[in-house]
Design a protein around this ligand. Structure first.
Ligand SMILES: Cc1cc2nc3c(=O)[nH]c(=O)nc-3n(C[C@H](O)[C@H](O)[C@H](O)COP(=O)(O)OP(=O)(O)OC[C@H]3O[C@@H](n4cnc5c(N)ncnc54)[C@H](O)[C@@H]3O)c2cc1C
Length: 482
C-alpha cells in the first residue's frame, strides 16, 4: 500500500462498503443520499486486516409543523445549562425544550404485522447491531411484554424545523413508518421529512491497532471512529483526537500520547477497543470505567489540561485559567484542613446553630465540611476567614473533601494497577503453595496473557485484584530472568 503523506488517519464512518436498508429496498450508500466507499474497503481487505460487518440505524426525521405539541409532555433542559468547556462561564444560546411521547399497543401491532418486510427480520442484514440502542422493531419483539416505549422528540436545530424522534430507529418500509408513527399521541398527522433506515458497513477489528491508534502492521496508518467498531459521536471524536495527536507526534519523532483508564474515559474506550476487540458496535458507558469516582465531569480540566499542555494542545490563555482554578482549589482545601476548631461552649453553640453535633475533640474545618448534614456552604458561619470563591471552585473543594476517603482509595488502586502493568508474565512460573492459578475462561479464546490485565474488563473473570496475589511471584520470576 502506498500513500503520499508521511502519516494518514482514516475515519470512514459508516461509508466503508456501506449499504442502506429501508424495508425491501437496499442500495450502496455511506449515509442516506451519499455514495459508499467501496474501493478503499477492497484495498483494506487486501492488506489482510481483521475486518467484519456491523450495522446501525436511525429514526425517520419529522416535520415540526406536523407535530401536535399541545398533547405532549415538555422536557426542558438543565436550568441553568452547564457549559461543556471550562473556557465558558455561561451559555447564552436560547434553550429549546424536548417533548416526550410513547408508543402504544396499536403502534406495536402495526410493527408486528409488517415484521416480514423488515430487512432485519427477513435476514437481509448480516452485520451485528448495537445491543444498547435497538430499533423499535427489535424492542417490540424482544420486550413483547412492554405496552409502551418512550420517545423523546428532539429539535435538531435551534429553529427546529426538523425533529428527531429518539427511540424509534427503524428500517421498516416507508409506508409502515408512517403507519406506526401516526398511531402515536401527538403524531397523528405527522409528516416524515426523511425516512429512517438501517446501514451496514465494514469495520476493522481494533485488536489490529496500537494504543496510539496506528496499525500494528502498517507504519503511519491510523484509524479512528466508527471504522474501529465504535458507534457514537463522542466515541468517534475521542478517537479522532487521539489518532490525530499521535499522527502529528509520529511525524515529529515524539513518543506516542496514551491516556490511561484512570485518567479519562478516552483511556477506557481505547483500552477496551484494543484489548478486547469488537464483536458488536461499541458504546462508551460510564459503567465500563472502574475509576468512576476519579473520572468526574467537574475535574476533567484538572485531569487533562496538564496532559494537553505537554503535547502542545493547550494554549496560554487556557493554561492560565486552569492554573488559577487549580491553585484556588488547592489553597482552599489546604486552608480548611489547617483551620482547627477548639472544643468548648462557644464552638458547641455555633455548631448547634447550624444543626450539627458538638465536637468531642478539636477538629479541622474540613472535617466539619465532610459531615453529611453540612457541606461547604453550610459551614460558612463558623468560618470567618472564608473568602469569596467562584461556584465551580466551591463545589470542587467540597467534592474533594467529602469524598476524600473514596478518592484516595481509587487513586491507590490505580497506582497499584499501573505498577502491575509493568510486570510481564513469564512463560513458566511456579506458584507459591495456596496461590490460585490465573483462571481460564473457555468462552474467551484469548491467548495466555503476557501481562497482568489493565482493566477489570479485559477478561470478565480476570479482575486485576485477583492477580495481585501473583505479583510478588511474577516479580521474583522476572528478577530471576525466567
Ligand atoms: C444514520 C445514523 C444515525 C446516527 N445517530 C447517532 C446519534 O444520534 N448519536 C450518536 O452519538 N451517534 C449516532 N450515530 C453514530 C455516529 O454518527 C457515528 O458513530 C459517528 O459520526 C462516526 O464518526 P466518524 O468520524 O467515524 O465517521 P462519520 O461521521 O460517518 O464521517 C465519515 C466521513 O468520512 C467521509 N468518507 C468516507 N469514505 C471516504 C473516502 N473514501 N474518501 C473521502 N471521504 C470519505 C464521509 O464523507 C464522512 O464525512 C449515527 C450514525 C448513523 C449512520
Amino acid at each position: 500500500m502506498n500513500y503520499a503523506a508521511p502519516v494518514v488517519v482514516l475515519t470512514t464512518g459508516t461509508f466503508l462498503a456501506g449499504k442502506v436498508f429501508v424495508g425491501e429496498e437496499s442500495y450502496g450508500a455511506g449515509r442516506f443520499g451519499d455514495p459508499p466507499s467501496v474501493g478503499l474497503a477492497d484495498m483494506l481487505r487486501g492488506l489482510g486486516l481483521p475486518m467484519g460487518r456491523l450495522k446501525t440505524g436511525t429514526p425517520p426525521r419529522l416535520a415540526r409543523k406536523s407535530i401536535d405539541f399541545s398533547r405532549l409532555e415538555e422536557q426542558p433542559g438543565d436550568d441553568p445549562p452547564v457549559p461543556f468547556s471550562f473556557m465558558n462561564d455561561r451559555i447564552a444560546t436560547p434553550q429549546v425544550s424536548c417533548h416526550i411521547t410513547y408508543t402504544n399497543p396499536r403502534t406495536h401491532d402495526a410493527i408486528r404485522e409488517n415484521l416480514s418486510r423488515s430487512p432485519l427480520y427477513a435476514g437481509r442484514i448480516e452485520g451485528v447491531g448495537p445491543r444498547y440502542c435497538p430499533s423499535i422493531e427489535d424492542k417490540v419483539v424482544r420486550f413483547s411484554e412492554r405496552e409502551r416505549h418512550q420517545i423523546f422528540l428532539e429539535p435538531t436545530t435551534l429553529s427546529g424545523e426538523e425533529y428527531y424522534p429518539n427511540g424509534v430507529s427503524t428500517s421498516l418500509p416507508y409506508d409502515v413508518q408512517y403507519k406506526m408513527l401516526r398511531t402515536i399521541n401527538g403524531l397523528e398527522n405527522v409528516s416524515i421529512s426523511r425516512p429512517g433506515y438501517a446501514i451496514e458497513y465494514d469495520f476493522i477489528n481494533p485488536c489490529a491497532l496500537k494504543y496510539s491508534l496506528e496499525l500494528k502492521d502498517v507504519a503511519g496508518l491510523f484509524f479512528a471512529g466508527q471504522i474501529n467498531g465504535s458507534s457514537g459521536y463522542e466515541e468517534a471524536a475521542a478517537q479522532g483526537l487521539v489518532a490525530g495527536v499521535n499522527a502529528a507526534l509520529l511525524v515529529r519523532g515524539r513518543e506516542p500520547f496514551i491516556i490511561r483508564r484512570d485518567q479519562a474515559y478516552i483511556g477506557v474506550l481505547i483500552d477496551d477497543l484494543i484489548s478486547r476487540g469488537v464483536t458488536e458496535p461499541y458504546r462508551m458507558f460510564t459503567s465500563r470505567a472502574e475509576y468512576r469516582l476519579l473520572l468526574r465531569e467537574d475535574n476533567a480540566d484538572l485531569r487533562l489540561t496538564p496532559l494537553g499542555r505537554d503535547i502542545g494542545l493547550v494554549g496560554d490563555a487556557r493554561f492560565r485559567r486552569f492554573e488559577a482554578r487549580r491553585e484556588a482549589i488547592e489553597a482552599e482545601v489546604r486552608r480548611l484542613d489547617g483551620t482547627m476548631l477548639k472544643t468548648g461552649p462557644e464552638t458547641d453553640e455555633k455548631l448547634a446553630a447550624i444543626g450539627t453535633a458538638a465536637l468531642r475533640k478539636p477538629a479541622s474545618l474540613a472535617v466539619l465540611v465532610s459531615r453529611p448534614e453540612l457541606g461547604y456552604d453550610a459551614t460558612a458561619s463558623i468560618d470567618p476567614e472564608r473568602g469569596e470563591l467562584p461556584d465551580d471552585v466551591r463545589s470542587e473543594v467540597e467534592t474533594q473533601i467529602v469524598y476524600r476517603g473514596y478518592l484516595d482509595r481509587q487513586e491507590e488502586e490505580a497506582r497499584r494497577l499501573l505498577a502491575a502493568d509493568r510486570v510481564r508474565i513469564p512463560g513458566r512460573i511456579r506458584l507459591r503453595r495456596g496461590a490460585r492459578p490465573l483462571p481460564r475462561d473457555p468462552r474467551h479464546p484469548f491467548p495466555r496473557p503476557t501481562r497482568v490485565p489493565r482493566s477489570t474488563r479485559t477478561h470478565p473473570r480476570h479482575h486485576p485484584r485477583r492477580h495481585e496475589q501473583h505479583l510478588p511471584v511474577l516479580e521474583r520470576a522476572r528478577r530471576a530472568g525466567a
